[in-house]
Unconditional design. Sequence first.
Length: 366
Amino acid sequence: MRLSVNIVIYFYIFICAVLLLFNLLTILRSANVKRRQKRRVQRWKTYLISAGLDMPIWSSNQLFRRLRHIQELTAFYQAIEDRAPDQPEEAAAFSQENRGVVLRLAQSYGEKPAMEQAFFAYVTAACYPPVGEQRSPLAEQLLGYLDNSTVYSRENVLSALYALGNIQSIEHAFILMSQRGWYHDPRLLSDGLSRFQGDKNPLASRLWGCRSDLAECFQVGIVRFADSLTGDGFAEDFLRELELEELPAETRFTLVRYFRRHAIPGAQPMLLLLLKGETEGRGELSIAAASSLASYPGGETQQALQDALRSPNWYVRQNAARSLKTLGVTWEESKGGFSGDRYATEMLEYILGVQTEEESEVPVAV
């Protein structure tokens, strides 16, 4: 029995020693990796200085052989980042002067794992200057990264396409992703499109023009992007689509929200109709319409919003009350319109911050 206990103790000591040795080796290896990466970064800084003096220490082939390795690409990007405060145009100048190298790298990384492709696309987005509407072989290579990609790599590819400023490649990417059935968060899409390096109105117009080929999430992202632009250039077209009732539900919901920031007189009748359409199975659109009507002052709007305070949908009541507040409607003007409806009264009291007589009579503790 004592022999068995000793064996267990010795085995436990052996396992502890192995784990200790493993941790020690891991720490040493990590420190070595950091030192080597630091040296790589320093070499790239030296190269960038020499290139800035028109005396690059490496040839194009040497650049390609180095940058096709992910460790060197990481070090290059770190060197660019470190020098960015003093040399803000250095990355674009490097990419412009070494377009052939960058294209060869895009082809090389196209054969690598998705994570490495994603990082190359990320570096491209940060460093490569816009190409505009001219044909871009680099954009075509990046589109190939969408095959067998992850969400992370798809987002980085799209970011690179936005940075290149080529509308056709973005349209191609959206259609391709829609055909593959890939969902992409509309917020990421609208935020990414807002970083487009070019004229944003033609971009929004081109993408909206191919909406029938796009999945719902892309349609929503485009409308959100158009909502962020100045002017009401898309309002009439959006209104026609809203009236046709052919688009998916989430797209129509986003279109209704568009008309709060981009108010046009022609949209008011449609918004009033949608606000009253809750009983027809369009509750979500009623919620959005109650909010958007805040931008359409007038007696008809006020009456419709007061009627909406009786809605069985809490969100419709809340948005209607908020819109009435935005329009400057007072408690005295509204309270007579729904006497006896406790839910409507409580919602408007809550939004307007009204203190009722009962509340005013409650003694305050000292």
